[in-house]
Design a protein around this ligand. Structure first.
Ligand code: ZN
Length: 85
């Protein structure tokens, strides 16, 4: 019985691992939107995001890697929307 549990867990951990590797690989290619304002702390996947609408400065399209390097975090609005799916 113990063996069965162990086997069933393997594909699950593999898929999580694979997903992580994919994210890291795409970090240079993935484009996100950031508000150029100094007070802005987040990046957005969607150009028409609610959070970006508040931006009074220039909206820039940069790679996800750059956005993270700038110290930007995932937009709160978008993270919430994704949870609903
Ligand atoms: Zn957003």
């Amino acid at each position: 019985m113990k063996m069965l549990i162990l086997i069933s867990l393997v594909p699950l951990s593999c898929s999580i691992y694979g997903q992580e590797a994919k994210t890291v690989k795409n970090i240079n290619e993935k484009k996100v939107y950031i508000c150029n304002s100094l007070t802005s702390k987040s990046y957005h996947y969607k150009k028409h995001c609610q959070g970006l609408l508040k931006c009074k400065d220039t909206i820039r399209k940069v790679s996800l890697k750059k956005a993270i390097n700038f110290g930007r975090v995932r937009c709160g609005y978008e993270a919430r929307t994704e949870e609903q799916f």
